[in-house]
Design a protein around this ligand. Structure first.
Ligand SMILES: CCCCCCc1ccc(Oc2ccc(Oc3cccc(O)n3)cc2)c(O)c1
Length: 255
């Protein structure tokens, strides 16, 4: 008896075996969910397709979230195959590498626009197409965020602004779709070594600081984020919406 038995879940953002989204896919499968997986581009395809097959994904589709036609195509295909969606996981972000180090003052208009488009607006773009497939199914939408969207972490720069926008979008979306029985939440994960984190200046220093100062005196794992994702995807969290749920060894409570 799995917590997600019979649930149809689409997961955006697996890039490789270190991805948070990959740990979520495995945990969802263990709990009985049926999976659809999307990948950003042909570069990551060669890693994602074998992973998706190994976890028995029913659908594996390309999706560049900057492209509204591709997003529409993904949900058309899922709608035809499944008739509906119960869970949507958004684990997507990007900023130019030159924006993720040095002074925030160096942020460019195009760097800002790109980061906000991919890392924040994309949740709204996905929800617009997913909404008709999710209404009335007590659906759950999950996004991934970081504390740098609430407090300043040098180098995180424009990604912090994007995460602030993402977190408020989670709340406005929760209000917009709540009457259709759809919940929208985010998991704010502590620093994790992923393909993405290699692009953020000062990552190792922050991860070391967390291990020293966080209540649990250690960094978290992808699997711990996945456990919270199962809870937020399942009916155990049926009363929770518009929430930013920290999985960070408690670091965010430290002054
Ligand atoms: C200074 C803060 C250190 C802790 C950062 C924790 C973290 C690690 C990874 C995170 O996810 C991303 C995703 C994409 C991203 O943009 C990238 C990643 C690699 C290359 C590149 O050009 N952009 C940056 C961070 C994230 O949002 C937060």
């Amino acid at each position: 008896m799995g917590l997600l038995d019979g649930k149809k879940a689409v997961i955006f953002g697996i890039a490789n075996e270190k991805s948070i989204a990959w740990a979520i896919a495995q945990a969802f499968r263990r709990e009985g969910a049926e999976l659809a997986v999307t990948y950003a581009n042909e570069t990551v395809a060669k890693r994602v397709i074998p992973l998706a097959e190994s976890v028995g994904a029913s659908l594996v589709l390309p999706c560049d979230v900057r492209n509204d036609a591709e997003i529409k195509d993904v949900f058309d295909k899922i709608g035809r195959a499944w008739g509906g969606i119960d869970v949507l996981v958004h684990s997507i972000a990007f900023a130019g590498k030159e924006e993720l180090k040095g002074s925030f003052l160096n942020t460019t208009r195009e760097g800002f626009t790109l980061a906000l488009d991919i890392s924040a607006y994309s949740l709204i773009a996905l929800m617009k197409e997913a909404h008709p497939l999710m209404e009335g199914r007590e659906g759950s939408v999950l996004a991934l965020t970081y504390y740098g969207g609430q407090k300043v972490f040098p180098n995180y720069n424009v990604m912090g602004v994007a995460k602030a926008a993402l977190e408020m979008s989670v709340k406005y979306l929760a209000e917009a779709v709540g009457s259709d029985g759809i919940r929208v939440n985010a998991i704010s994960a502590g620093p994790l070594k992923t393909l993405a984190s290699s692009g953020v200046g000062g990552f190792n220093q922050i991860a070391g600081h967390v291990a020293e100062k966080a209540p649990l005196r250690r960094n978290i794992t992808q699997d711990e984020v996945a456990g919270a994702a199962v809870y937020l995807a399942s009916s155990l969290s049926s009363g929770v919406s518009g929430e930013i749920h920290f999985v960070d060894s408690g670091y965010n409570i430290i002054g």
